[in-house]
Design a protein around this ligand. Structure first.
Ligand SMILES: CC(C)(COP(=O)(O)OP(=O)(O)OC[C@H]1O[C@@H](n2cnc3c(N)ncnc32)[C@H](O)[C@@H]1OP(=O)(O)O)[C@@H](O)C(=O)NCCC(=O)NCCS
Length: 230
């Protein structure tokens, strides 16, 4: 059963929802937050360690960044190695959340699998982004990518659950959301696995790769996340 399924409970009325929302109180995102603290104290799961992306992760990141299948639903252009490495350096420099649009990126490293750039380190098999959609309204956005060789094994789910729980516990967002190309079935399935609900399909919201694309919006409220945890 997912976070949003409950066959026995009556559907909340608009008045119920308004009362629950009022009880949540005003938005209070806990910022500034500097993700560099996660370098020393990373997020660990059963199989993964999540720590801030570094410019030196560029060789591993390029291994998935250069694959057309990975770029299909990402607003990333095809990049050569030099452009890819520069892009990773830019993303690695995002660390502090203090204003709308601020972000940080966590490298998803797989324990016991050597990095392609430095065999002494664990390989970066993907990454997870956390971005401030709205400071005033305490809204955070998540984004993700996993190398295709490591997809279909639950790593994105494992990392996504850990990041979702971390941001709710640490930053106190009212809502966590994701925006995806409406055709991106794998990403939509991941959203569902993270307890997020499809809330909207925005028609022709982006123009990428020479075509208008629909955007799907997924979200989970803080109180829904808390209730699902018991
Ligand atoms: C979106 C993306 C991260 C999802 O990755 P994923 O590997 O499909 O996601 P999960 O980690 O949840 O894996 C789920 C699959 O692993 C399987 N699995 C295998 N072992 C598992 C385990 N131990 N635990 C959980 N799931 C497991 C599940 O059954 C599921 O397979 P299914 O879809 O056939 O049912 C990936 O498709 C991707 O990187 N896409 C390209 C970039 C992109 O589009 N990003 C999103 C932009 S919005």
């Amino acid at each position: 059963m997912t976070m949003h399924e409950n066959s026995t409970a009556a559907k909340p009325t608009p008045a119920d929802r308004a009362a629950a929302a009022a009880a949540d109180g005003p938005p209070a995102l806990r910022v500034p937050f500097d993700a560099t603290v996660l370098t020393e104290s990373p997020i660990s799961t059963e199989r993964l360690v999540l720590r801030p992306l570094e410019a030196s992760d560029a060789p591993d990141v390029f291994e998935y960044q250069r694959i057309p299948e990975v770029l299909r639903y990402l607003p990333w252009p095809e990049r050569d190695r030099a452009q890819g490495y520069a892009h990773t350096a830019t993303r690695a420099a995002g660390r502090v959340l203090a204003a709308d649009g601020d972000f940080f990126v966590l490298a998803v490293t797989l324990l016991g699998t050597p990095s392609t750039g430095n065999g002494a380190s664990d390989r970066v098999i993907g990454d997870m982004m956390v971005r401030v959609s709205s400071l005033a309204h305490a809204q955070l956005e998540l984004g993700w990518v996993v190398h295709p060789d490591f997809q279909g094994r639950g790593y994105a789910r494992e990392a996504g659950l850990a990041v979702r729980d971390f941001v709710f516990e640490t930053l106190d967002p009212h809502r966590v959301q994701a925006f995806l190309d409406a055709r991106n079935g794998s990403s939509a399935a991941l959203c569902e696995r993270l307890g997020m609900r499809r809330e909207a399909t925005i028609l022709e919201e982006q123009y990428n790769d020479g075509e208008w694309q629909d955007t799907a919006v997924y979200g989970v409220l803080r109180r829904e996340w808390a209730a699902a945890r018991g």
